[in-house]
Design a protein around this ligand. Structure first.
Ligand SMILES: NC(=O)c1ccc[n+]([C@@H]2O[C@H](COP(=O)([O-])OP(=O)(O)OC[C@H]3O[C@@H](n4cnc5c(N)ncnc54)[C@H](OP(=O)(O)O)[C@@H]3O)[C@@H](O)[C@H]2O)c1
Length: 355
């Protein structure tokens, strides 16, 4: 067994011009769990600062600001997006509430990084993506998986033909949620359900490797509130490639994933959506496998590579990162929307989220 270094563990940006040195100001919308984790990672990121935070409740914004040494705290998203010190708006509200903040940010001409899943429906996703393009602003779903150095390496290996033609992808992700029925994970108006919360990682993984599938078959179990507690998906492509995935909010699935090609396979140790270890196995010769292991130590909570890529794209005036274009967000949502339809999950229309 060979233990390999993963090249690209730190994305160097090369020689910096004056414009490249601009410190990027981030505005954080919401003060929940992920806002805390991402704020902590922003504090680790060179050339970035948290310029402002907003909450529906001024007190919560003030507390968050104190915790992270942020000078400006607002009780409205509009005030945050209009702050000249904010270059990038990071949206960390529940899924159906994303669109309100993303629209305001794009309207104000600000770059926007929006938490996964981008929105709760295909129609809303298409409309929001089109609006961002129309406004000419940077806009990306915060699919941090695609910036993990091991995922970047695996994509390169697949593109280089190291495992031959990809024939099969598998991915599973889940946990036994202990949250009550009002929590966003279970609550239908807050976009509850396993497919939107963790299914976006599994479908996003398959789409990253094989593009948009031709067929989607879904099975699952709904809660009394009408959201999917667990689901299984089988996707297929015209060339016969297939992907199978399981997601759950009820059971602690391991979180493994694999990519199987005609001349080898790549396996990700749990949890595949931010892997620290992957194994490449080429087709065995005379029955003996020679696995090659790659490891990577996470920077902070694991969001730093994505945040660094977004800051650099904004400095360079780009509207997308090639790792996670809006077109991919739409393709993934098309699959999730199809699966949710098959299971009978429907989300209500959402009133603007206020702050
Ligand atoms: N990338 C990742 O690893 C990761 C991990 C977890 C979650 N996420 C994503 O991040 C988003 C937020 O998840 P979370 O776990 O941070 O949720 P959370 O802990 O419930 O926090 C969500 C925050 O959104 C704000 N908010 C605005 N409108 C709201 C409404 N109508 N109801 C409830 N809260 C509202 C609240 O902040 P204020 O009270 O300050 O307004 C709340 O604290 C979701 O889209 C989720 O999928 C991503």
């Amino acid at each position: 067994m060979v233990v390999g270094e993963c090249p690209g563990a730190v994305a160097k940006v090369g020689v910096m011009s004056d414009i490249d040195e601009r410190v990027i100001g981030w505005g954080i919308v919401a003060t929940g769990d992920i806002a805390h984790s991402v704020a902590a990672d922003l504090k680790l990121l060179e050339g970035s600062r948290i310029a402002a935070v907003s909450s529906r409740v001024q007190d919560r914004a003030d507390t968050f600001a104190r915790e992270f040494g942020v000078t400006t705290a607002y009780s409205s998203v509009r005030a945050l997006v209009e702050d000249d010190a904010v270059d990038v708006v990071y949206v960390a509200t529940p899924h159906p509430q994303h669109a309100y903040a993303v629209r305001l940010a794009a309207e104000a001409g600000k770059a926007v990084l929006c938490e996964k899943v981008f929105t709760h429906s295909l129609a809303e996703t298409e409309s929001l993506a089109a609006y961002a393009v129309q406004q000419g602003v940077f806009c990306m779903e915060a699919m941090w998986t695609r910036f993990n150095p091991l995922i970047v390496k695996a994509r390169q290996m697949v593109a280089d033909g190291v495992i031959g033609d990809v024939r099969m992808v598998s991915a599973e992700l889940g946990f036994a949620s202990t949250h009550g029925p009002d929590h966003r994970l279970w609550n239908r108006p807050l976009g509850g359900g396993a497919l939107l919360d963790v299914g976006v990682y599994t479908v996003g993984f398959a789409q990253m490797l094989l593009g948009a599938p031709a067929e989607v078959a879904a099975v699952g179990t709904l809660t009394d509130q009408g959201v999917d507690a667990e689901a299984g998906l089988l996707l297929s492509w015209p060339g016969g490639q297939r992907a199978h995935m399981d997601v759950s909010l009820r059971s602690p699935l391991a979180g493994a994933a694999s990519i199987v090609g005609t001349t080898g396979r790549i396996e990700f140790a749990p949890r595949f959506h931010h892997p620290g270890r992957m194994t490449y196995v080429r087709t065995p010769e005379r029955g003996v496998e020679h696995p090659e292991v790659f490891q990577h130590l996470s920077e902070g909570h694991g969001y730093v590579p994505m945040l660094r890529a977004v800051a650099q794209a904004v400095r360079e005036g780009r509207t997308e990162c090639p790792e996670m274009p809006l077109a991919d967000t739409v393709e993934v949502m098309r699959v999730l929307d199809d699966a949710l339809g098959q299971l009978g999950v429907e989300y209500p229309d959402v009133a603007p989220a206020g702050a």
